[in-house]
Design a protein around this ligand. Structure first.
Ligand SMILES: Cc1cc2nc3c(=O)[nH]c(=O)nc-3n(C[C@H](O)[C@H](O)[C@H](O)COP(=O)(O)O)c2cc1C
Length: 330
């Protein structure tokens, strides 16, 4: 695949080496119960960043196995396809006090020299940041507002993922234009934007607003490789943007879910109870996994998702749309 970014314009200096050679400015986001090795490998082979939450590996030992086998497979793929742009792997860590695996999972990632760590909920401890920097890795932290963004930057993260309104899973409420605008006024470094980005046009829009990368999840749930049931995938094809319900009932944190799945669970999507935030816990990823199996997370990007192709086809289409959008407006 030709490298659209580097072939058309020089990259800003603040983009670190690990993100300078991609086929599109896209980081595929980590999705609980959905992003398993098949999807991550397909994303990397298509030349974008592939990612998964560490908690998707049932036990800490499995994370170690996954990282070994994924590294081997990507190295073999690059050897057999020397011209291919192969994206790096990113692992997501839920940096919350209740995640009892955090220390062990971070140690596993450090041992494997995972090039990108994505942290959520709390900014990572300074020791973790130092250890990742020691082998040349970077840490991106996801935030939903300026206050959290400034806290994470103070802690020393390398870049921010801005989670705007309409994002799948845990999401914010701010307009992407407002959020990117106010963070950009204070931070000139690496920014990724998320929230309903599902087309090449929207990737270019994210860059036009001031972000360096689009951070995309929901589009990849509707793919052959995603670890999601056929009903879940099909529901995304039927849903429009207003079928995405914002609630904190299912995990204690506000997030976006498909209306149909809430109805199928016997609940009224228009009258959901409000959860007690203090009950939020990542101590037991498995029982949470069951809740996410029945209640399907997705962002408002469902509005433009009409098919279930392979990840390679999705990325090839995103590239065509991105190029056409540039042509149209530049
Ligand atoms: C089903 C699902 C599960 C998710 N799980 C996680 C997760 O475990 N950790 C995390 O940091 N973000 C998680 N997210 C949020 C995504 O990383 C990302 O912010 C979001 O997908 C971007 O918005 P989009 O889906 O509209 O493209 C999840 C999103 C979805 C849809």
């Amino acid at each position: 695949m030709p490298d659209i970014r580097t072939s058309q314009r020089p990259l800003p200096d603040h983009i670190p080496p690990v993100l300078r050679r991609l086929s599109l400015p896209v980081i595929a986001s980590p999705m609980f119960t959905v992003s398993y090795p098949d999807l991550v490998l397909a994303q990397c082979k298509a030349g974008i960043v592939g990612s998964f939450p560490a908690l998707n590996a049932r036990q800490p030992e499995l994370l170690d196995e996954w990282l070994n086998s994924m590294k081997e497979e990507l190295q073999a793929y690059q050897r057999d396809n020397p011209q291919a742009i192969v994206g790096p792997i990113a692992v997501n860590q839920i940096a919350h006090a209740s995640n009892v695996r955090l220390e062990q999972d971070v140690a596993t990632c450090i041992r494997h020299k995972v090039p990108i760590l994505i942290t959520s909920l709390r900014a990572p401890a300074p020791e973790i940041i130092a250890e990742v920097h020691a082998y040349g890795g970077i840490i991106l932290h996801d935030v939903i507002n300026l206050r959290h963004a400034m806290k994470a930057l103070d802690a020393g993260v390398d870049g921010l993922i801005l989670v705007a309104a309409g994002a799948g899973g845990h999401a914010g409420t701010l307009s992407p234009m407002a959020l990117v605008g106010e963070v950009r006024k204070r931070f000139k470094g690496l920014l990724a934007l998320s929230g309903s980005i599902a087309t090449g046009d929207a990737i270019l829009a994210a860059q036009a607003m001031g972000a360096d990368f689009a951070y995309m999840g929901t589009r990849f749930i509707a793919s052959v490789e995603a670890n999601a049931s056929e009903e879940y995938k099909q529901s995304l094809l039927r849903a429009s943007a207003s079928d995405i319900i914002y609630s904190n009932l299912f995990s204690g944190v506000h997030g976006n879910y498909v209306r149909e799945s809430i109805e199928r669970s016997g609940l009224d999507p228009d009258n959901l109870a409000v959860a007690d935030k203090s009950k939020m816990s990542f101590a037991d990823g498995r029982s949470k996994a069951k809740a996410w199996k029945d209640i399907w997370g997705a962002g408002q990007g469902v509005a433009v998702i009409d098919d279930l192709p392979t990840t390679a086809e999705i990325v090839a289409r995103l590239k065509r749309e991105y190029a056409a959008a540039r042509e149209r407006i530049m």
